[in-house]
Ligand binder design. Structure first.
Ligand code: HEC
Ligand code: HEC
Ligand code: HEC
Ligand code: HEC
Length: 182
């Protein structure tokens, strides 16, 4: 084998390994925020869906379709590629943007931006009521109750518009809490 084909081969192997590691992240199907809304919208339980809908997270895909986003992309060295199609932007702005199609339920929409499942995990297997009522079981089925560190996956200097992230201040802006649970 000459040097060049050796290099091509190792590049191919690397791409293959990377694709494996990306797909391995997705074990559960995505249902979309409208599914969570069914049970997490009542005022009595803190209107969690309504609160999320008013946050910037719910607008994170649409934010990539603006002229401002194009400017941001250009300055970040991403050229003229539309940001709403560019993995370099989608990775933080859209839930499940690179998940295999067979894991996306009929209500899933990329327009949700950073939906419930970006933070709480893909919900198909934990959202049935019997499972949701049992936290340990729900966690086993893919539910995540995120911590401060999980925010830093997206709130970091790789964001071209990075603002220093302070958990207390940022959490206060997206705070959603069910008054009936402690
Ligand atoms: C069929 C009703 C139902 C659906 C659909 C549902 N949930 Fe729940 N969920 C519950 C119930 C009931 C609880 C128990 C406590 C409560 O009422 O908040 C719960 C609890 C939770 C908790 C708190 C876990 C803990 O113990 O701290 C999270 C987070 C959560 N759900 C997220 C979601 C997300 C995200 C979705 C959509 C993918 C979803 N739920 C869909 C009924 C549901
Ligand atoms: C940006 C990340 C993020 C998004 C998006 C998000 N959550 Fe949460 N959620 C959290 C964090 C962080 C907590 C608090 C965990 C804790 O109490 O330490 C939480 C708590 C909860 C709880 C427990 C509340 C309680 O008081 O028991 C429920 C239920 C929940 N989220 C449902 C949802 C639903 C439904 C959506 C979408 C409509 C959603 N979340 C969107 C990060 C997120
Ligand atoms: C999957 C990526 C992702 C995760 C995880 C994430 N965020 Fe975000 N967040 C974003 C994006 C993208 C925006 C910008 C959306 C926009 O402006 O359209 C944003 C914006 C925000 C804003 C609005 C900031 C402003 O300029 O007003 C707050 C507050 C925030 N996030 C809090 C949090 C907190 C707290 C957590 C962790 C519990 C978290 N985020 C986790 C991607 C994420
Ligand atoms: C590492 C995660 C990450 C990546 C990658 C990323 N963003 Fe963001 N983006 C964020 C976060 C988080 C915010 C909220 C403010 C902040 O901290 O930068 C944000 C905010 C924005 C805003 C401001 C929206 C508003 O409501 O004012 C625009 C526009 C934007 N991003 C465009 C882009 C474009 C274009 C790309 C690709 C070139 C990109 N982002 C890549 C995380 C990311």
């Amino acid at each position: 084998m000459n040097r060049l084909s050796g290099a091509v081969l190792s590049a191919l192997i690397l791409v293959f390994l990377l694709s494996l590691s990306i797909n391995a992240e997705y074990k559960h199907g995505f249902v979309g925020a409208s599914k969570c809304r069914v049970c997490h919208m009542s005022k009595k339980k803190g209107n969690l869906y309504g609160i999320w809908k008013e946050t910037k997270h719910a607008n994170a895909y649409l934010a990539l379709t603006t002229p401002e986003a194009k400017e941001v992309a250009k300055k970040a060295g991403q050229g003229d590629k539309p940001p709403q199609e560019n993995p370099a932007c989608l990775k933080c702005h859209v839930t499940a943007w690179d998940a295999p199609a067979e894991l996306l339920g009929s209500k899933y929409s990329k327009e949700e931006g950073v939906g419930c499942e970006s933070c709480h995990g893909a919900g198909k297997d934990y959202s049935p009521i019997k499972i949701m009522k049992d936290q340990a079981l729900a966690v086993e089925k893919g539910l995540s109750v995120p911590k401060k560190e999980d925010c830093l996956e997206c709130h970091n200097k790789e964001s071209p518009t990075y603002k220093p992230f302070d958990y207390e201040t940022f959490w206060a802006k997206i705070l959603h809490d069910n008054p009936l649970t402690e």
